[in-house]
Design a protein around this ligand. Structure first.
Ligand SMILES: [Zn+2]
Length: 218
């Protein structure tokens, strides 16, 4: 008797059965196409530092982020970073001439515990590898309040107070001084978190900070 094993895989976003040759990080070609064609990028005017969002938060982008963050399908991060963030980072690099460091906005510790990973750092690491730049995690969260439980105004204030600079190893400060940062986050809503991070880096003698995010709730 011949026993044959068939391994089938489903699209991590829409669930359609994937043909092995067309699989890209577990996402079907149709979903990839939809991700590429979703509205964006957008230049956001929400503070002093330039913020560019690759796509509007909604539709396929919301579905992809849900599968990535809430269901823990980390492979989706490959696709999102490659398709959406990397082109923005390369354009920024071309326009500005140079970037020194990729850094991530910190996830709330509570959220990270639930997901098992820090999605912004995950994305930042993928971008850094592609661009052959170092990746830093200059911030950490303090306090216990989760962002979701707060109203918008309180959330902005909470973001201001909750993010502090991580002061770890002795070489840390030197690595951040006089650097041109690309700051990475997954979703921007009010922009308060990103601007808190940018302000902290500038206080620490960063030359410039540009923020690139996957999606913006417009
Ligand atoms: Zn799909």
């Amino acid at each position: 008797m011949n026993t044959q094993w068939f391994f089938t895989e489903s699209c991590l976003i829409c669930g359609v059965t994937l043909v092995s040759s067309e699989s890209s990080d577990g996402i079907c070609p149709r979903c990839i196409e939809e991700i590429r064609n979703a509205p964006g990028p957008f230049r956001l005017h929400i503070g002093r530092s330039p913020v560019v969002a690759a796509r509007e938060y909604g539709g396929i982008i919301r579905e992809a982020l849900r599968a990535y963050k809430q269901q823990g399908f980390r492979r989706i991060g490959h696709t999102l970073a490659r398709e959406l963030l990397l082109p923005l980072a390369r354009t920024h690099q071309q326009e500005e001439g140079f970037s020194d460091v990729i850094a991530s906005v910190p996830a709330h510790p509570g959220n990270r515990r639930i997901r098992g990973f820090d999605q912004a750092h995950d994305l930042a690491t993928r971008i850094a590898v592609e661009m052959d730049l170092p990746v830093e995690r200059p911030f950490r969260r303090s306090g216990r309040t989760t962002q979701k439980s707060l109203a918008r105004t309180a959330r902005e204030e909470n973001a201001q107070h909750a993010i502090i600079l991580r002061r770890g190893d002795p070489g840390w400060a030197k690595r951040l001084q006089d650097r041109r940062f690309i700051l990475i986050d997954d979703v921007v809503t009010t922009g308060a978190t990103i601007h808190r991070c940018a302000d902290l880096l500038e206080e620490f003698s960063a030359v410039s900070v540009a923020a690139l995010v996957l999606a913006a709730t417009l």
